[in-house]
Design a protein around this ligand. Sequence first.
Ligand code: FES
Length: 156
Amino acid sequence: MESRCPEIQKEEIDDILKDFEGKQFEIIPALQAIQAKYGYVPPVFVKPLAEALRLFPSQVQGVMTFYAQFSMTPRGRNIVRVCRGTACHVRGGRSVLRTANRVLGLGDGETSEDLNFTLETVACLGACALSPVMTINRTYFGLMNPKKAETVLKTI
Ligand code: FES
């Protein structure tokens, strides 16, 4: 994938990290602050964040990869999630996913070049009674089929 990491000036990094200097236990809030500003955690932050928190860069990387909420690559303004859980699978979830792949032109985990969409699959969206389920940002769409999925995705 092409790198779309923006040029981030040292002053910008220092400005975010100044509130976390020496606060090892605030690694999660620090990562959340970075992600809130950029929509993801640019890799250029790993080393200075580790230095600010008095940690090793590998420790910062470890936390980032452990928590699914953090991304090191740019994500779309609209996050489309299609459930691949058992309940959704047996009721046609795969065809909903194929529709999302086709309409958005994205595979699982991919983000569009214009940063409008990220497509993800998840193990369960917690709404199995409405399977197959898809979400767009925080809105749930249940009892999906390919036609309904296409209609919803084209209205975003
Ligand atoms: S398996 Fe799809 S919502 Fe639970």
